[in-house]
Design a protein around this ligand. Structure first.
Ligand SMILES: Nc1ncnc2c1ncn2[C@@H]1O[C@H](COP(=O)(O)OP(=O)(O)OP(=O)(O)O)[C@@H](O)[C@H]1O
Length: 262
């Protein structure tokens, strides 16, 4: 049974006076991977950032419409955006470990979120998170070394472990493999498939093969030009990945996934 964990109702996002994305309606299903695809500048990352209120940190960014997370209105004035970001974590395009030890990269988040356990409980949490992110075997003998000394692919798995350590419900991934080689990319894709048993994942990707390999649902975004020559992103359609890649309803989607445009 599919159940939605995040819903967007008629969402518009502005940067200053620029309407960057308009009229987005979608549902993100629990324990599924949803991929956002589409040409550059169509608003995929903008919509992704709405889901954990990261756009709040961008001066001039404004979100209209309604986004619900479970039963909560994410943009209600009572909602603490920091608490939202603990429950809806994010992994970025460039791996960005803290300039700290591998151990501390994992322990830091739980600690600032009020982790009350003993040192050995923290050791267990660090080990469990690194195991879930499929990097434990590679780092178990050097937990005290800097996270920055790892390879790019290992750093990205460390960042995924860091995101997992605070036990979020949703993990947002903004082109998580863009800076990685094909082997590291495959590792991350396999990892995502394992992680969806426990988490809900939303991924922005430029790589259509990746979307078709890993995701259950795919949303195709595109841009429209208004009279003033400004581009506004739209969600053209969202459906099961197999439908989007084999028999989408919209011609623009068909043209994009078959490589005839974009
Ligand atoms: N921080 C920002 N300040 C102002 N405008 C922004 C900002 N971030 C994005 N935009 C604008 O919003 C629109 C959508 O950008 P966004 O990065 O969400 O698209 P995208 O589909 O993720 O693109 P890409 O695939 O190139 O990463 C673009 O016109 C972009 O210039």
């Amino acid at each position: 049974m599919e159940s939605a964990i995040i819903k967007a109702d008629d969402v518009n996002v502005y940067y200053g006076s620029h309407l960057a994305v308009s009229g987005v309606n979608l549902a993100i299903n629990t324990n599924q991977i949803t991929a956002f695809i589409g040409p550059s500048g169509c608003g995929k990352s903008t919509v992704l950032r709405c889901f954990n209120r990261l756009n709040d940190l961008i001066a001039g960014a404004r979100v209209e419409g309604k986004i619900t997370f479970g039963k909560h209105d994410l943009y209600d004035s009572q909602i603490d955006p920091v608490a939202v970001r603990r429950r809806i974590g994010m992994v970025f395009q460039r791996p960005n470990p803290f300039p700290k030890s591998i151990y501390e990269n994992i322990a830091f988040g739980p600690r600032i979120n009020g982790f009350k356990g003993s040192k050995s409980d923290m050791d267990d949490l660090v080990e469990r998170s690194l195991k879930q992110a499929a990097i434990w075997e590679e780092v178990k003998n050097k937990l005290g070394e800097s996270g920055l000394a790892l390879s790019g692919g290992q750093q990205q798995r460390l960042c995924i472990a860091r995101a997992i350590a605070v036990e979020p419900e949703v993990i947002l991934m903004d082109e998580p493999c863009a800076a990685l080689d094909p082997i590291s990319t495959l590792r991350i894709e396999e990892l995502m498939t394992e992680l969806k048993q426990r988490f809900t994942i939303v991924i922005v990707t430029h790589n259509m093969q990746q979307a078709s390999r890993v995701s259950d649902m795919t949303g195709f975004f595109n841009t429209e030009l208004d009279k003033r020559g400004q581009r506004t992103g739209k969600l053209v359609e969202i459906d099961r990945t197999q439908v989007i890649f084999s028999s989408p309803k919209q011609t623009a989607t068909e043209e994009y996934v078959s490589g005839r445009f974009g």
